[in-house]
Every structure is written in structure tokens, then in C-alpha cells.
Design a binder for this molecule. Structure first.
Ligand SMILES: [Zn+2]
Length: 184
């Protein structure tokens, strides 16, 4: 029980006692009514207290796992964001999103030199399907983060279709090879 509720109970009991004392000087009927009100008040407080303690038990933090770093995040935390679009979305932590922003990508058509650090493994990565190409690319970056990489080369998009009732729409996935960039 909180201190505030405890003080409130004491106050109600005291007021009850004072009222009974005053009432005793008036009539027996008033005493009975006040006594009844006092008893009802005490019962009400007790019930309220029981309800409060049960609702406190329900306040267990709801945790979700960031799919890219496996960190558990409280759903009420400012560290949690959602990623994606109406076709696919998932919870993601802010640190993965921030890291993904600095992931470099090179399309398959890229003709220049790619600074691959050959001391590290190259991972094939593939995004989920999204309505927007940009979301597929962003999710590919998150997958690169998940593999401990900071860049993806040979990025290509593949298109598919899905339906919603009679409505047919395109969906996109991005894939590529995640690597660690050589320090320059
Ligand atoms: Zn994360």
C-alpha cells in the first residue's frame, strides 16, 4: 500500500470516529447511519486497495526482441522504433537503425573499385519483401549490421506480386553481399 493511501485510510477512520462521537450526542438513528457509512467506506477502500495491487502485478514490462541485434527492449522505451511499411514491418532498436544509416551500398552495376577488407568474411544477405524498394534496401542494411558488416555490394532488387482481394501489387526484396570496408 502506498503512503498516500495509508494516510487516506487513517483520515477516513478518524473522521468516522469523530462523526460517531458527534452523532452520539444527537440521536441513535444518526449514529447508526454514520456507522453504516463508515463501514461502507472502509470496505470500499479495502476493495480499491485489492484492485490496485492486482493492477500493479499486470504492469510487468512488455519486452520485444530487436530482430537485428537480439536486444530485449521495453515496448514503452524511447529506444524502440518500428521499421518497414504496410506490407511488412517489425520492431527495431534505435542503435541498429543508427548503425544502418552509415552502411554503404554498391549496386550490382557499380563499375568502380569496392574497398573490401579481405580479412573478414563476406556474407550473402537478403531482405524481406516490402512495398517500397527503399525499405528493402534499408532492411538489407540492417541485415548487414546483424552480420557485423558495414557495407553491401552487388545489390540487386527482385520483384514479386501479392494480392489483397482483387488488388494486385508489386513487392520488392533487395539482396547483396555484406562485407567490412577496408580502412582508407
Ligand atoms: Zn537492434
Amino acid at each position: 500500500m502506498s503512503e498516500k493511501k495509508f494516510m487516506l485510510s487513517i483520515l477516513i477512520i478518524l473522521v468516522g470516529i469523530i462523526l460517531i462521537m458527534i452523532a452520539l450526542d444527537i440521536t441513535g438513528v444518526v449514529v447508526s447511519i454514520l456507522l453504516l457509512m463508515f463501514i461502507v467506506g472502509v470496505f470500499y477502500l479495502k476493495r480499491k486497495k485489492d484492485e490496485d495491487s492486482s493492477s500493479e502485478e499486470d504492469k510487468e514490462p512488455v519486452l520485444v526482441k530487436c530482430p537485428y541485434c537480439e536486444q530485449l527492449i521495453n515496448v514503452e522505451s524511447h529506444n524502440l522504433r518500428t521499421f518497414g511499411d504496410e506490407y511488412h514491418w517489425c520492431p527495431v532498436c534505435i542503435s541498429c537503425l543508427e548503425k544502418a544509416e552509415s552502411v554503404s551500398t554498391y549496386p550490382a552495376s557499380y563499375q568502380g573499385k569496392i574497398p573490401i577488407d579481405t580479412n573478414y568474411r563476406i556474407h550473402d544477405v537478403e531482405s524481406l519483401y516490402f512495398r517500397e524498394k527503399e525499405n528493402a534496401l534499408d532492411e538489407l542494411k540492417l541485415r548487414a549490421i546483424n552480420k557485423g558488416c558495414n557495407a553491401v555490394y552487388n545489390v540487386v532488387y527482385s520483384k514479386d506480386h501479392d494480392t489483397e482481394g482483387n488488388y494486385v501489387f508489386s513487392i520488392w526484396r533487395a539482396s547483396g553481399k555484406a562485407f567490412i570496408k577496408k580502412e582508407t
